[in-house]
Design a protein around this ligand. Structure first.
Ligand code: DGY
Length: 326
């Protein structure tokens, strides 16, 4: 019988991480090139000591009950709203994430979305490919300016700060922020101004979301909030979809309460709220904020290190529930 640790990896990861895990573990890995279904996950989790999972895997109380011997959960993401953290802590299961390595990559994508939305890049590409370009036109595909405008950042953590640095250094923007913690040193260094939530929405030409999904942030932006925003404003979301009420967003865009939105994440991923697809002034991406080759490799090796540490009873480099070890 093998004395290696038994682990489940719910989706094939970049090879560097698979090799690290394979060296020390008996590996059970999802053979399909898609997320595991609930039923597959419930079956595959039986008898393993370690779980390396994705943000799209729901790790709830019921799943934990199926395997009382689980020693560690390593999430392949910085966000961990897919995991019932309290239930893990109660069972003494340490949970880890992958902070730091995806900051700049996600900030780059937030900018790609912001630019694409304001300057109608996706719409213009479709237009050109469709053979509709018949010559330069004074009114053709006019969008909104970015340079020198007002950017409101909600959530000034690592990624929010990286977005702010780009805005100040590259686009001479006035940057405002609303966050749980006042980041005074950073704000002073980059000339950011703190605003209350409503005031930020009223003031900004662009609003970019960079906060985790919690019971407090769920549907933080709904009907009332869109009414506060400028009718020329754009919303960008690279954090978690459920922070926005998508139906209210759709309505706000249809009624001209805001100018457009760039979304990388959705309320009920991978499903899209009906109607989103038909709106030209919403840019839709399939949750690719961290999807550069380099970053996805770093995330994977980080998750593998956390997993292996947990299996060996060592300190997890990126534990999110240290209380689990008490
Ligand atoms: C995360 O890590 O939480 C991101 O959403 C994945 O790119």
């Amino acid at each position: 019988m093998s004395d290696k640790f038994k682990v489940l990896v719910t989706r094939k990861l970049p090879p560097e991480a698979m090799e690290m895990i394979e060296k020390e573990c008996e590996l059970r890995v999802n053979p399909a090139d898609r997320a595991m279904t609930k039923g597959e996950l419930e079956k595959a989790i039986q008898g393993v000591e370690g779980l390396l999972c994705l943000l799209s895997d729901t790790i709830d109380e019921k799943l934990l009950q199926i395997n009382p011997d689980l020693k560690v959960i390593a999430n392949y993401a910085v966000g961990y709203d897919n995991i019932a953290l309290e239930a893990c802590t109660k069972r003494g299961i340490p949970v880890s994430n992958t902070p730091g390595v995806l900051t700049e990559t996600t900030a780059d994508l937030a900018w790609a979305l912001l630019m694409a939305t304001a300057r109608r890049v996706v719409e213009a590409d479709k237009f050109t490919r469709a053979g509709k370009y018949e010559g330069w036109g004074p009114m053709l595909l006019r969008g909104g300016d970015v340079y020198g405008k007002k950017l409101g950042i909600i959530g000034l953590g690592r990624i929010g700060k990286a977005v702010a640095r780009r805005a100040v250094g590259g686009f001479a923007m006035d940057v405002f922020y609303y966050s749980n913690s006042r980041e005074e040193e950073f704000a002073q260094e980059y000339g950011l101004k703190y605003l209350g939530f409503k005031e930020l929405l009223e003031t900004s030409d662009f609003v970019s979301l960079h906060l985790p999904l919690t019971s407090e942030t769920e549907k933080l932006l709904g009907e009332e909030e869109f009414k506060l925003m400028k009718d020329t404003a754009y919303l960008v979301n690279t954090s978690r979809g459920a922070i926005i009420d998508e139906r209210a967003l759709l309505q706000a865009i249809r009624e001209g309460e805001i100018a457009g939105a760039g979304l990388d994440v959705y309320e009920d991923e991978p499903k899209l709220t009906p109607g989103l697809v038909g709106e030209e002034n919403i840019v839709l991406l399939p949750h690719i904020g961290s999807a550069s080759i380099e970053t996805r490799t770093k995330m994977a090796t980080r998750a593998a290190k956390n997993l292996l540490a947990g299996l060996k009873g060592e300190e997890l480099p990126h534990i999110v529930n240290p209380e689990a070890l008490n």
